[in-house]
Design a protein around this ligand. Structure first.
Ligand SMILES: [Zn+2]
Length: 342
């Protein structure tokens, strides 16, 4: 049979924000805009979100997709049956690759990589390199090293470890899971996680912080400011705010169903907020904040990460000499649980 179409080649391109100075050049790799993958298959062009803003990560994903396409087209299964025993380090790589395709944000993949890397080194120090060698005693001793962490951090770390063990352990899996029992939250942790409304003073600091943290992109800073205005004046959760449709505010009233509770929200918006939101939505046919292209969960994750990273960037500047107590305070507010993390 003749080959009708050329062999697909996966390449990376960039969907710039309208405000990006490199908006005209879809191959410019150094900005913070969303990266996408593109290839032609059976005469049709396909585009998929790389779900990352890092060009290097996008290239790695392009490479993975290329291998899958090559293998699929050659009639081979994409994953060869694995008779050889994998090491813990190899199992971690496989696990992280699978996680990366599940639309979790780059920041979370990085955390996962860090935690599992610690586990791999812990096991290597004990002279063990294969998942089948992990014992209940190893798991308990490893977990005992987390005592200085808050119980929420320990909970997350244990969830991550259990997920990883499930992906690679067989004979010893049940024993390992049985010793990694649920970590209960302390009273202090529960109190810390309660959403706390911002005080007037905190809100002022927070809004002052935004243009400083996002000084590289004035339009994006305006978007973040509008998002904060919207969330604080309506009490909307970040996922509802990020996915707010233009139609939901068209007559000056907010009309939506909350995603978490299915409860209807009907609320009059102030004239200034309406004007601000309309300016942000300009050029977007359907939504106000979200471009509607990447998955909604990724969009929410990206906004959350941007709040947290705006904060991290600020902290680094603060460690130099030009930091002020106001910016440190405002920076901390960007990442406070409750408002931006639900
Ligand atoms: Zn860009």
């Amino acid at each position: 049979m003749a080959l009708l179409f050329a062999h697909p080649t996966v390449s990376v391109f960039i969907r710039h924000r309208a405000s990006c100075p490199f908006a005209g050049d879809e191959s410019y790799p150094k900005c913070e805009c969303a990266k996408w993958l593109r290839y032609s298959l059976h005469g049709k062009q396909r585009r998929v979100a790389a779900n990352t803003r890092a060009y290097g990560t996008a290239l790695e994903k392009a490479d993975t997709l290329q291998k899958q396409l090559d293998a699929g087209l050659a009639g081979k299964p994409t994953v060869a049956p694995d008779k050889k025993q994998r090491t813990i380090a190899e199992a971690i790589e496989t696990y992280l690759t699978a996680k990366e395709t599940e639309n979790i944000t780059p920041r979370r993949v990085k955390k996962l990589r860090f935690q599992l890397g610690q586990f791999e080194r812990f096991m290597a120090d004990r002279g063990k390199y294969f998942p089948a060698e992990i014992t209940a005693e190893d798991a308990i001793t490893f977990r005992a090293g987390w005592t200085r962490w808050q119980s929420t951090t320990r909970q997350k770390a244990q969830q991550n470890l259990r997920g990883f063990l499930r992906s690679c352990c067989k004979e010893n899996l049940l024993e390992l899971l049985s010793v990694l029992k649920t970590i209960k939250l302390s009273k202090a942790d529960k109190a810390r996680l309660e959403p706390k409304p911002f005080t007037e003073k905190e809100l002022t600091s927070l809004l002052k912080q935004v243009p400083v943290s996002f000084s590289a992109d004035a339009a994006y800073a305006a978007k973040m400011t509008a998002l904060i205005h919207l969330m604080t004046s309506t009490g909307l959760a970040i996922r509802d705010a990020v996915q707010l449709q233009r139609a939901a505010i068209q007559d000056g009233w907010l009309r939506i169903e909350r995603q978490k509770t299915d409860k209807a929200v009907r609320q009059k918006l102030s004239f200034s907020l309406c004007k601000e939101l309309a300016a942000i939505a300009k050029g977007n046919p359907q939504y106000i904040f979200w471009d509607g292209k990447i998955l909604a969960t990724s969009a929410v994750g990206m906004f959350q990460d941007d709040f947290a990273e705006g904060n991290a960037g600020r902290e680094r500047v603060d460690q130099g000499q030009r930091g002020t107590s106001v910016s440190r305070y405002g920076g901390g507010l960007l990442a406070r649980p409750g408002l931006f993390y639900d």
